[in-house]
Design a protein around this ligand. Sequence first.
Ligand code: G3P
Length: 217
Amino acid sequence: MKFFIDTANLEQIKEAQDMGILDGVTTNPSLMAKEGITGTDNIMKHYVNICNLVDGDVSAEVIATDYDGMVREGEALADLHDQIVVKLPMIKDGVKACKYFSDKGIKTNMTLVFSAGQALLAAKAGATYVSPFIGRLDDISTDGLNLIAEIRMIYDNYGFETEILAASVRHTMHVIDCAKLGADVMTGPLSSITGLLNHPLTNIGLEKFLADYKKGN
Ligand code: G3P
């Protein structure tokens, strides 16, 4: 299972990278705005900074909602760095743009996916990643994890190679449940990754080992 961090915050990206377990980064316009990164030039520079911090794929989202605009923006994003994955919205022109980029061998991530039908379209268009937003489904009393299970079944039925990137992950149990269901990737905040470290018996056990060592030394 790949671990992506879902943020545009360089310190948090660096912290996850330094742990040695990070496989990539996802961003979106809201996450950029949260870090105060505004204006096309600054946003483009920030993507390059992120790529220089990590080894894996970095999703960079287009703003255009029409096919020509998405192609233009996506090409400019892909030209920034070979780690860039063009992130496209799950609308008709987004699917068409996804097919355009996959035919050219440029990696894509279909975002804002909330149904199995949308995920099927993403796979048909040759998306590298499909991003079902599980937390936002949970927010409206719909089982986000069930969507991961449905997509896994459909992709396995036909051998689709599109990777299921569980997005809008909010906490550690989302990560664990996505792993059980066979999501290929999860993207979440730093806390959803570092939270996996926590177990009181680990802390108690370590304290005891260290105390016993001190007794003999
Ligand atoms: O990965 C998608 C993500 O950025 C959305 O997360 O928490 O805003 O639903 P959230």
